[in-house]
Design a protein around this ligand. Structure first.
Ligand SMILES: CC(C)(COP(=O)(O)OP(=O)(O)OC[C@H]1O[C@@H](n2cnc3c(N)ncnc32)[C@H](O)[C@@H]1OP(=O)(O)O)[C@@H](O)C(=O)NCCC(=O)NCCS
Length: 186
């Protein structure tokens, strides 16, 4: 068990989740706009279970999919961070970077800003040699975040093992960023 680490950016705090995040997270989880590329909305119980799982991982490792709060108001707006996927993927083992924001907070640069802090943590503190990101081929907003971070797309796509066979979201693209490329690009 490690004490959870908090990161800070110009506008955001990346922190351990709080019980009070459950309600705004459930609202996000029920929003078809947010969950469109994630196999659709989930109910409050499934949202709470996901929150519990993320909280436990942060408690165990000190890092994970941190809750995002606006510095100015402390409002919870979603999550961004690092994770070891539990699915067996063609490029496992790996550490992924991921993000999910409430719809009202899209289009403000928050995901990219938080992800930059998570990348710096992964490379400087965890000393990772590489961080990956992956998403459904049709998830262009998420791929745009990957590109803004300087991640490079692999030519080979893959079928996500947790998405039902034949589902339109099954085909995923993979982006990679090595520590050396991240340092080069500054
Ligand atoms: C993926 C997701 C986080 C991307 O959100 P986003 O708002 O597009 O990305 P950012 O927070 O980095 O914001 C970038 C946008 O803010 C704009 N922006 C506005 N003010 C800005 C500022 N001060 N600084 C930087 N960018 C700013 C940028 O121009 C960009 O706009 P554009 O998309 O029109 O070019 C969001 O779509 C989401 O939560 N989707 C649902 C969950 C999901 O699919 N997660 C990924 C699963 S793999």
């Amino acid at each position: 068990m490690s004490s959870p680490l908090t990161l800070s950016t110009e506008r955001l705090i990346l922190r351990q989740w709080q019980i009070s995040d459950a309600e705004p997270f459930a609202q996000m989880s029920a929003d078809p706009k947010v969950m469109n590329m994630l196999l659709g909305p989930i109910d409050a119980q499934a949202s709470a279970a996901m929150q519990q799982k993320i909280m436990a991982q942060i408690l165990e490792n000190g890092w994970g999919f941190w809750a995002l709060a606006l510095k100015e108001t402390q409002e919870f707006i979603g999550f961004t961070g690092l994770n070891r996927p539990n699915a067996e993927l063609p490029f496992s083992p790996c550490v992924e970077i991921g993000w999910r924001l409430a719809f009202a907070h899209w289009g403000k640069g928050y995901a990219t800003e938080a992800a930059k802090a998570a990348l710096a943590f992964g490379f400087n503190h965890l000393k990772l040699t590489e961080i990956v990101a992956f998403t459904a081929l049709s998830n262009h907003p998420s791929q745009a975040v990957m590109q803004r971070l300087g991640m490079q797309r692999e030519p080979q796509n893959f079928m996500h093992p947790k998405v039902p066979a034949g589902h339109p979201l099954q085909a995923h693209c993979l982006y990679r960023l090595s520590q050396s490329a991240w340092r080069r690009e500054g």
